[in-house]
Design a protein around this ligand. Structure first.
Ligand SMILES: C[S@@+](CC[C@H](N)C(=O)[O-])C[C@H]1O[C@@H](n2cnc3c(N)ncnc32)[C@H](O)[C@@H]1O
Length: 200
């Protein structure tokens, strides 16, 4: 589901960019069993800050960003012109993360920063990420849960799918059902959570 203007502002401003790079991705790299990946997928790549953050904290050869909103991808492409060292390894495509246009076993790592709760059939997205991920690859997930996004006050400002939303345990269950072992997991009052999982 595409973001409304308010949420687009939230995810493209400097504060969000700083948090994603210096706090979230730094923490993921610290917790990860590996920091070198040849080929990386980022779903919901938005304005390209995720790709820059991944490149800053991990040693990666290629980053494939998959994004539903072409306006955001336009911002991402312009943004990466300012960091040629990331631009030369980043490839962006428009599409739905629940139906990835990549062959099986393509990626050594996948990142989803707050994306699954925007996808109506998020279980299909997890399944398809598992399909395109190699055995032993790492899936990094930062997520927001139904207790937060189905809250009346949040709904006033930000639009999310309201049915088939999930909590931390339900996300863990789907990851395990799709063949992931959980390496690290934690949540904040079931409002948001972080998971690092390895494809078995
Ligand atoms: C809450 S934003 C997070 C953006 C960015 N990852 C971040 O953390 O700042 C969710 C992103 O996922 C994208 N998105 C939503 N549904 C999607 C789908 N089905 N497939 C791919 N991207 C999707 C949105 O356009 C948006 O860029």
């Amino acid at each position: 589901m595409r973001l409304n203007q308010f949420e687009k502002f939230i995810i493209t401003n400097g504060i969000r960019n700083f948090i994603q790079s210096h706090i979230e991705t730094a923490k993921l790299a610290k917790l990860s069993p590996a920091t070198e990946f040849e080929t990386v997928l980022e779903i919901g790549a938005a304005d390209g800050n995720g790709a820059q953050s991944i490149d800053k904290h991990f040693n990666v050869k290629n980053i494939f960003g998959y994004e539903l909103d072409e306006n955001l991808l336009h911002i991402a492409r312009s943004r990466l012109e300012k960091t040629p060292q990331v631009q030369e390894k980043a490839y962006f495509a428009i599409g739905d993360a629940a139906s990835l246009a990549f062959p099986d076993n393509s990626f050594d790592a996948a990142f989803s920063y707050g994306v699954l709760h925007h996808i109506p059939n998020w279980q299909e997205a997890v399944k398809d990420i598992a399909r395109v991920s190699k055995k032993g690859s790492i899936f990094f997930v930062e997520e927001f849960y139904k207790a937060l996004i189905c809250n009346f006050f949040v709904q006033i400002f930000i639009k999310h799918p309201q049915s088939n939303r999930f909590n931390h345990q339900e996300l863990l269950d789907v990851l395990e059902a799709e063949g992931y072992e959980i390496i690290h997991q934690g949540h904040f009052f079931n409002l948001s959570g972080r998971i690092i999982a390895r494809k078995k």
